[in-house]
Design a protein around this ligand. Structure first.
Ligand SMILES: [Fe+2]
Length: 484
């Protein structure tokens, strides 16, 4: 991208300053922004053919009030947290299973992701014109991956866009092989291809990805506490550790606990019933109602200054297909017996807290990454979970593979596309704690409160038990608290 931007500016007779180049790279639509800057300078009859930070800043949208740095507020002075939930992710979706629903679902996915790619690449050609390229000619295209085959020297990808299908050969030499191996089926990727001997050879693969983010200090000096995979009801639930967590959050003398204003639980609150064969042998409480009642009792110990946000996972008693709606009302009522005001969200959920955006996702798509992307396995997740979450961000999709281990509802709009760049990407499901940053986005996997199960033992997965991850809303710094 750097080379494309510099070349594009030079071809028009302009020079980019280093800071201007950084700003362009951080933009969602670098090529368009560069072209706008050139048009602006030409309109103004500028003599100096230089594109600097000032020129670009005039074209960039002004930061919203919520993103502007402000004086840190003392938490005690805050009346309440400003929490907004995107209600597009709260639906009770119904599908008929018709072919037209599948077509419009995939069309929505392609359009959203190819738009991100076209903005990043400064345009892309349709496959039907790429197929007709003359020998030695090259072009960019954006296509969905239908099939992947591996030979000794190349990956052979069958791809499509709304107008045509084609085969792209990705030679393993030159570093492209590893990336081609990690591009997931049904994902949308960009390719720079060259026609050679009537074949399309990939010379570059571009995932939609996220542009680098700059973190401005904003909002109150307060913490969001991220949890998931409590699995209450399981014989392996570590009640003792969860009680230590409750003691901590109640302890007024601990400054971090005192400044914790919201707890977000990203699914698998309870172990559920009948989730997998033979689960009853691992259950301490054999009804969903009882599990939720006990959880309500524990949640009632969370102090009133702390808001609660709760989303479902694959162990909750509701549809397993993504996107999942919030917990059904009859179960919400049981949790509300805790006396807490709880915001129930779906999975995934987009939540804004004091201007910070949280993408909260249980994380079922991580199973598909483990099963399909070379180099990942359950036993290596304690090392690789951050890379697996990064791969989803790079694909700009929470669960690219359709018909893999995670069922997906073919809705008219693909709600699993990561349409915006969140400040925090919070996931769970794999029971391995991780806290890191990718291009400025904070990535968290919030571990579990359940000891290793027999299934996890057989898969070689070592869970991180008794973990809460604290994200500071002001500067997005992260602290991992262990309660073991
Ligand atoms: Fe879980």
């Amino acid at each position: 991208m750097t080379r494309r931007l510099v070349d594009r500016a030079m071809r028009r007779g302009y020079t980019l300053t280093r800071r201007a180049l950084e700003l362009l790279q951080a933009s969602e639509r670098p090529i368009e922004l560069l072209d706008e800057a050139i048009r602006e300078l030409e309109r103004g009859g500028a003599e100096l053919r230089l594109i600097d930070e000032e020129v670009l800043r005039r074209l960039l949208p002004k930061p919203s009030k919520a993103e502007l740095p402000e004086k840190p507020k003392r938490v005690e002075e805050d009346a309440g947290l400003a929490i907004e939930v995107d209600d597009r992710y709260l639906g009770e979706w119904k599908i008929r299973g018709s072919a037209s629903e599948f077509r419009s679902y995939f069309r929505s996915r392609y359009e959203r992701l190819s738009k991100i790619l076209r903005d990043r690449l400064g345009g892309a050609s349709e496959l039907k014109s790429i197929i007709r390229l003359g020998d030695g000619h090259e072009a960019y295209t954006a296509a969905m991956i239908l099939e992947k085959r591996e030979s000794a020297r190349a990956w052979i990808l069958r791809v499509e866009d709304p107008g045509a299908e084609a085969t792209i050969i990705v030679p393993k030499a030159g570093g492209l092989g590893e990336l081609a191996g990690r591009v997931l089926l049904d994902a949308v990727a960009g390719f720079r291809v060259v026609k050679r001997d009537r074949s399309l050879i990939a010379e570059e693969i571009v995932l939609p990805d996220i542009p680098p983010q700059r973190v401005e200090k904003a909002g109150p000096d307060a913490y969001a506490c991220l949890l998931s995979d409590i699995h209450l009801g399981s014989r392996h639930f570590r009640r003792d550790l969860f009680e230590s967590f409750l003691d901590w959050i109640n302890r007024g003398r601990d400054p971090e606990a005192r400044r914790t204003r919201v707890v977000i639980v990203a699914g698998d609150l309870i172990d559920g019933v009948g989730v997998y064969p033979g689960q009853d042998k691992e259950l301490e409480m054999k009804s969903v109602g009882k599990q939720l009642e006990h959880l309500a009792k524990l949640l009632s110990e969370i102090p009133d200054r702390v808001e609660l946000i709760v989303g479902p996972g694959n162990h909750e008693p509701l549809q397993k297909a993504l996107p999942q709606p919030p917990l059904p009302e009859k179960y919400r009522k049981i949790l509300e017996r805790s006396g807490k005001r709880i915001t129930f969200v779906g999975n995934p959920a987009w939540i804004r807290i004091c201007g910070r955006s949280f993408l909260v996702y249980h994380g079922q798509g991580l199973d598909d990454v483990v099963q399909n992307a070379p180099g990942f396995s359950h036993s290596s997740l304690s090392r690789d979970v951050g890379a697996a979450l990064e791969l989803l961000l790079k694909h700009r999709h929470l669960c690219p593979i359709y018909g893999g281990s995670t069922p997906i509802l073919p809705l008219g709009e693909d709600l699993l596309v990561i349409r915006e760049v969140p400040h925090v990407f919070h996931s769970g499901h794999v029971h391995v704690a991780y806290a890191g940053s990718y291009r400025g986005v904070r990535i968290v996997n919030s571990g579990t409160w359940q000891e290793q199960t027999s299934y996890q033992r057989s898969a070689g997965l070592e869970p991180t038990v008794g973990v809460a991850v604290l994200v500071n809303l002001r500067d997005l710094s992260i602290k991992v608290r262990r309660f073991i």
